[in-house]
Design a protein around this ligand. Structure first.
Ligand code: SF4
Length: 441
């Protein structure tokens, strides 16, 4: 029996994808904030990539100053509400809360953060006056967390900002790449509207920058360009059968799910290939879409998975089972997927080795590949002399986000290779200060 019934409509979809960190009410927020010890030199602040003053914003909630709390959050992190929901708080702020040392449940920092910022969004509270127009223009490529964060900070400093976004909606990964049980589309887009209204940057949707002449135009027209393009599609496995019907990339699967919700169909038995957080999300999602059996297959041991432990626990809690030390050799089937041919493997000196004569076929009717994401090679080549490292990540000055082509700055996944929304927000914000320094000295 499947854990979840296949959702037939949007209501059933939302029931299956119920929020794992639901919004607190006032009483819950008051109670939870009263547990905080308001530590001096608080470890939770150090664990936050954007350095939010966590004890301060919790104290403000506790004293009834929810607006002040939201201001504290937004002055460090422009994606305050989204990050409250989607951050892996278990390994960041909450993971370092002093209570964990005493085996006591840490303060629910993420949910408190979402509580305070939601109120500011609902009341459309504007916190930051914009400086007078300084006469300088910045182009931002990509309306993801890095790009939007950079734009908000630049607007505060009086820059004009144009954002060029290939897709239909803003927020990048937050809308298109995060599992729907972490945040709803409505919550993401409300925060995006709130920010745009407050900061007044322009977003040009469905405007992909794909040709050298587009880059040359931006170079000519703008005083600086910020690159926040994220990562591309799922990387190929390079095995036969990869393009059979019902074999797809996890990134594309999740993206479709976020937009088309219950209209996305899954197989009865789904094999997910990979051991990272995206694999865990895809497995949980397949289960919540009504798959009868979901198996996560990884070429190394369970201990070596890159996924956070709590993400694997979450996938298991909705019926996913794990098979380890198996390497996919072929996706088998005639037009449609009918199984995956694996070989058993072992790890020797850090390298995965196939065990001879250990092949077997695991039948299934759908495969989801969560095998990493491509970089935008063609895009990166369009910018003169742009330095990338051996993994095709853009090389920047970590303090300012400036690339070796001085007019170009970058941040987010295209620089860090694929981290959390909060990392991209921090990098976008820092690059805004880098741009100001570059232009005004
Ligand atoms: Fe509060 Fe925990 Fe941070 Fe201390 S570490 S300030 S108790 S949230």
């Amino acid at each position: 029996m499947p854990e979840f019934r296949r959702p037939e409509n949007e209501q059933e979809f939302h029931k299956n994808f119920e929020q794992i960190k639901p919004l607190m009410n006032q009483t819950e927020a008051y109670y939870e904030s009263s547990r905080c010890l308001f530590c001096y030199d608080a470890p939770c602040i150090k664990a936050c990539p954007t350095g939010i003053d966590i004890p301060l914003f919790i104290r403000q909630i506790n004293s009834g100053n929810v607006k002040g709390s939201a201001k504290t959050i937004y002055s460090a992190n422009n994606f305050g509400r989204a990050c409250g929901n989607v951050c892996p708080t278990e390994v960041l702020c909450e993971g370092s809360c002093v209570y964990t040392k005493q085996n006591i449940k840490p303060i629910e920092i993420g949910r408190l953060q979402s509580f305070a910022t939601s109120q500011a969004i609902n009341e459309d509270t504007s916190f930051f006056p914009l400086a007078e127009n300084n006469g300088k223009k910045v182009a931002v490529i990509g309306a993801g967390p890095a790009g939007i964060s950079c734009a908000c900070e630049l607007r505060k400093m009086g820059f004009s900002v144009d954002i060029f976004e290939a897709k239909e909606y803003p927020s990048g990964l937050t809308l298109y790449g995060v599992a729907p049980y972490k945040i709803t589309n409505q919550a993401v887009l409300e925060e995006m509207d709130y920010l745009q209204k407050q900061f007044g940057y322009k977003i040009h949707y469905k405007t992909a920058i794909t040709e050298r002449k587009d880059i040359e135009n931006l170079h000519k027209k703008y005083d600086a360009v910020f690159i926040g393009i994220g990562l591309g599609s799922t990387s190929e496995l390079g095995i036969p059968g990869e393009y059979l019907e019902n074999s797809r990339g996890a990134v594309e699967f999740i993206q479709k799910l976020r937009i088309n919700k219950h209209q996305v169909k899954v197989g009865k038995k789904v094999i997910v290939l990979g051991g990272g957080n995206t694999a865990m999300d895809a497995a949980s999602e397949a289960s919540r879409l009504g798959a009868e059996k979901v198996i996560l297959c990884y070429r190394r041991s369970q201990k070596e998975m890159k996924a956070y432990w709590f993400e694997y626990d979450l996938a298991k809690s909705v019926g996913t089972s794990g098979v380890f030390n198996v390497v996919p050799l072929e996706i088998v089937g005639d037009k449609k997927v009918s199984g995956v041919k694996f070989a058993k493997s072992k790890v020797e000196n850090g390298t995965v080795k196939i065990i001879p004569k250990s092949e077997f076929i695991e039948p299934c009717d759908m495969v989801i590949k969560a095998t990493g994401q491509e970089k935008y090679h063609a895009f990166l080549k369009m910018i003169d002399n742009l330095k990338v490292d051996n993994k095709d990540r853009i090389v920047v000055n970590p303090e300012t986000g400036q690339t070796n082509n001085p007019k170009f700055f970058a941040g987010g996944d295209s620089v860090n290779g694929g981290k959390e929304v909060v990392n991209a927000v921090a990098e976008g914000r820092n690059a805004a200060y880098g741009i100001q320094k570059y232009i005004f000295g």
